[in-house]
Write a protein that binds this ligand. Structure first.
Ligand SMILES: [Zn+2]
Ligand SMILES: [Zn+2]
Length: 341
């Protein structure tokens, strides 16, 4: 099959006879319609790890939607032609973590979607049938949305609170909508790309601050906002994580959602954190949130169309991994077979 395959740092290749994954008896063969480019794919392209270590050669991509073409012998409730989205994370259900409600830390977990390819064969339990009203294109956003939902679960936002969102990429844009819908009184977006101001306002931001032009914490005070209760960092740089801790107010919780660098820790001002009684949280993948993500997409409660900055073929995606011109603007999708897989 055709696939966009990573062979090592910066070594990406389109291959025409990459082996198809085997169809296990409990698995579903899916022709990939769309697959999103994730920040972790960029990390892998740069020779770093994602949520698990990388084993080469491997097609990138884990945010996939598609159409069932064949089912394994034991699969009874899906059939060829069904439109689906896939949770890329498989768990063993028998290790200590699986048995104790911490499934996403499963010691035997596997990534079952290598979606920059024509076909994937994930286990049935990872496959979600799509409602008719949800497009395959939007369904490719279910996985990143599900990761944000886990972040929201951990953040414990309370109705009426003030939230700061740092970075308005596709993830920041999803969090902005989630916080609005969850009843945040104010959502302040911190983003250096001035052209994203309109999108921020359209998605419900109450204030857009360019950190290259203003001092964010001072500007928030000047706007008469007494306290920043929650901060969501969606970039992953040490500098933006440091500003997340700085912007956070008294009794605040900070969610460091952006993927940081392994082995490159940031400084932490524990005294400042003490004075504010700060809670710092991180969020790892998407336990039990795919179904909710699909429900939010189906009902249109979360809009993803404005977040899509490009729909590319494999040749264009290979270029995009190098240049990241569209990635900087929003969510980039690889179109494999498209709507008519
Ligand atoms: Zn992802
Ligand atoms: Zn397990």
């Amino acid at each position: 099959m055709k696939a966009l395959v990573l062979h090592g740092k910066h070594q990406i290749q389109i291959e025409h006879d990459f082996p198809e994954p085997p169809l296990g008896p409990d698995c579903v063969k899916i022709a990939v319609s769309y697959c999103g480019l994730c920040g972790t794919d960029i990390h892998k392209y740069e020779g770093k790890g994602g949520s698990r270590p990388v084993v080469y050669p491997v097609p990138l991509g884990h945010e996939a939607s598609g159409i069932v073409v064949e089912t394994g012998k034991q699969v009874r409730d899906l059939k060829a032609g069904d439109r689906v989205a896939v949770d890329p994370n498989w768990y063993c259900k028998s290790c200590w973590f699986c048995q104790n409600g911490l499934t996403h830390f499963c010691e035997n977990s596997r990534g079952v979607v290598k979606g920059f390819a024509e076909y994937i064969c994930p286990p049935r339990e990872n496959v979600y049938k799509l409602p008719d009203s949800l497009s395959l294109r939007d369904a490719a956003l279910a996985e990143p949305l599900s990761c944000c939902l886990h972040g929201m679960d951990l953040l414990d936002l309370k109705t009426g609170q003030t939230v700061v969102i740092i970075g308005l990429g596709s993830i920041g844009s999803i969090f902005l909508q989630l916080c609005r819908r969850a009843g945040a009184a104010r959502c302040i977006v911190v983003e250096p790309q001035e052209q994203k101001r309109d999108l921020a306002m359209r998605l419900g931001a109450s204030l857009f601050l360019n950190p290259e032009k203003v001092h964010v914490a001072e500007e928030i005070r000047r706007a008469g906002i007494p306290n920043v209760d929650r901060v969501i960092e969606c970039v992953g740089l040490k500098s933006t994580m440091a500003s997340a801790l700085e912007i956070a107010g008294k009794g605040a919780a900070v969610l460091l959602f952006g993927l940081g660098e392994a082995g490159d820790p940031m400084p932490f001002d524990q005294y400042a954190a003490f004075q504010k009684e700060l809670t710092v949280k991180t969020s790892f993948i998407n336990p039990s949130s795919m179904g909710r993500a699909l429900a939010l997409l189906e009902t249109g409660v979360i809009e993803v169309e404005p977040l899509i900055s490009g729909v590319l073929n494999m040749e264009e995606m290979a270029e995009e991994l190098k240049n990241r011109t569209l990635f900087r603007k929003g969510k980039v999708l690889l179109k494999v077979f498209g709507e008519g897989a």
